[in-house]
Every structure is written in C-alpha cells, then in structure tokens.
Design a protein around this ligand. Structure first.
Ligand SMILES: NC(=O)c1ccc[n+]([C@@H]2O[C@H](COP(=O)([O-])OP(=O)(O)OC[C@H]3O[C@@H](n4cnc5c(N)ncnc54)[C@H](OP(=O)(O)O)[C@@H]3O)[C@@H](O)[C@H]2O)c1
Length: 233
C-alpha cells in the first residue's frame, strides 16, 4: 500500500487529490488548516476505513510542521504533495505595479515558497524510507519567464522561486534516490481559478496523478503541465 501526504486538502485541488488517491486504495495523510471546518474532507475520511487520516497543518506554522515530522517518524511517505497555496491580494493595495502590498507579498512567499521547502526538510526521511520517493510541488506557469502576463507580482514570483527551490532540491536529493518535480495543474475551476477556468478539477488531478506515477529519477527537477507538456521557465 502506497502513502501520499497532501497539504491544503479541505477544498480545491487538494480535496480532489484526496478523493482520487483514496478511491485508488492509497493511504492518505490529508493535511488542512482547520479539520473541524472541513466537512467534505471529513466525509471522505469517515468512509475510508482508516485509509484517509486528517492532520491539522497550517503551512505557515513551522513549529507544527516539526511536530508533524516527529509524529510521522517511522512512517514511509511515497509521495509528498505540496499543494497548499495562495494567490495573494486581488484588489486594493495588492500586486500591481505602483500598488504593491509588501506584507501580503511576504505572506504569499511564506506559503507558496518557504513552506514547500520546510515540509520537504521535515519529511525527507519519511520520503527516503518509501518505495517511490517523490516530492511534488504544485506550481504554476504564471511563475515561468516565458508565460508571464504582467501583474500578479507576488504570486508569480513565489511560484518562480519555488521552482528554483525544487530544482535545487532535485540536485541535492538525487543521490538519495529522491525524485523532486513541479506540476502545473492548468487553469482549473476552483476558488483560486474561478468559475470561468477551462479545466475541471477531476481532469487536472487525474492528469497530475498520471504525471506523478510516471516520474522516475531521470525526470527529477522537471516542470510539467497536468497534460504532460513540459513547461519552459
Ligand atoms: N486553480 C488553478 O487554476 C491553479 C493554477 C495554477 C496553480 N494552482 C496551484 O494549485 C494549488 C491548489 O490551488 P487551488 O486551485 O486548489 O486553490 P484553492 O481552491 O484556493 O485552495 C487552496 C488550498 O490551500 C490551502 N491553504 C492556503 N493557505 C494555507 C496555509 N497557510 N496552510 C494550509 N493550507 C493553506 C487552502 O486552505 P483554506 O481553505 O484553509 O484556506 C485550500 O485548501 C495552489 O498551490 C495553487 O497555487 C492552481
């Protein structure tokens, strides 16, 4: 039985990852900020016969990450998915040129860039002890130099930075047989993507799960779209 740990699982892509991995018979460690306010996730967990376990984790809480690492000592984690993410301010003093909110930018960086690094540091032994040994971060083509549309400075820079963090980590962990990769889910209908997005959650996650299944050490450090196209960045 393989085990996946996913962050940000109470809604959006995270919840869909839990649903699909659970249907596929995986053991799922589903992390979310407020388990008591996650009815859909708790329903999946309740129906899973103990295979989906919900853990409280705010990825801005480094102390809780450390304690989760201690709690999971001895537990092999085949796939670690850094999914939790924020877009940052959409209006007001935000992320347009001439109107940057630097405090909010720092929060976006802490969530989208620092947290995936920290969680990988905390759980690397659990990943190393597994069969599959995969660390995956959900990034965005918005963080690619070749695909920026202007604006969204906070979000775009946080995803560009996490891509560099993961590419560097791929080099550092290669000798331990650990595969590190970035995936773009597409423009998906979630709270973040909005109702006019052109990809359904089910299709995005099914595609990303296939990409994760296909990962080998030869593909460490790569950035791929949910549909398998590689992203230049
Ligand atoms: N949707 C798209 O079109 C799209 C495109 C490219 C990349 N992405 C990336 O895909 C990932 C998932 O996005 P989504 O579309 O599912 O977004 P979403 O619907 O807005 O969901 C975001 C998830 O992240 C969680 N989260 C945010 N801050 C957190 C924190 N400090 N600690 C723990 N969890 C936190 C949220 O939890 P709460 O409910 O507690 O806030 C929620 O579960 C993100 O990394 C995003 O950048 C999405």
């Amino acid at each position: 039985m393989s085990t996946v740990l996913i962050t940000g699982t109470n809604r959006g892509l995270g919840l869909e990852f839990v649903r699909q991995y659970s249907l596929d018979g995986w053991d799922v460690i589903a992390c979310c900020r407020h388990p008591s306010q996650a009815p859909k996730l708790n329903a999946i967990s309740a129906a899973s016969d103990g295979h989906v376990r919900v853990e409280e984790l705010d990825v801005l809480d480094g102390g809780r990450m450390d304690s989760l690492g201690r709690q999971l000592r001895g537990q092999a984690i085949d796939v670690l998915i850094n999914n939790a993410g924020v877009l940052g301010p959409r209006r007001g003093p935000g992320q347009k040129f001439g109107n940057m909110h630097y405090g909010e930018w720092m929060k976006v960086l802490a969530t989208n860039t620092f947290a995936p690094m920290k969680l990988a540091e905390v759980l690397v032994e659990q990943v190393a002890a597994s069969d599959q040994k995969k660390i995956v971060t959900i990034s965005s083509t918005v963080g690619s130099n070749t695909e920026t549309h202007g604006g969204a400075y906070a979000y775009a820079s946080s995803k560009a930075a996490v891509n560099m963090v993961m590419t560097t980590m791929a080099k550092d962990l290669e000798e331990r047989g650990i595969i590190v990769a970035m995936l773009c889910p597409g423009n998906v209908k979630t709270d973040m993507g909005g109702p006019d997005a052109n990809v359904e959650r089910e299709d995005s996650v099914a595609g990303m799960r296939q990409r994760i299944a296909d990962l080998t050490l030869k593909k460490t450090g790569t950035f791929t779209r949910y549909n398998g196209d590689s992203v230049a960045w």
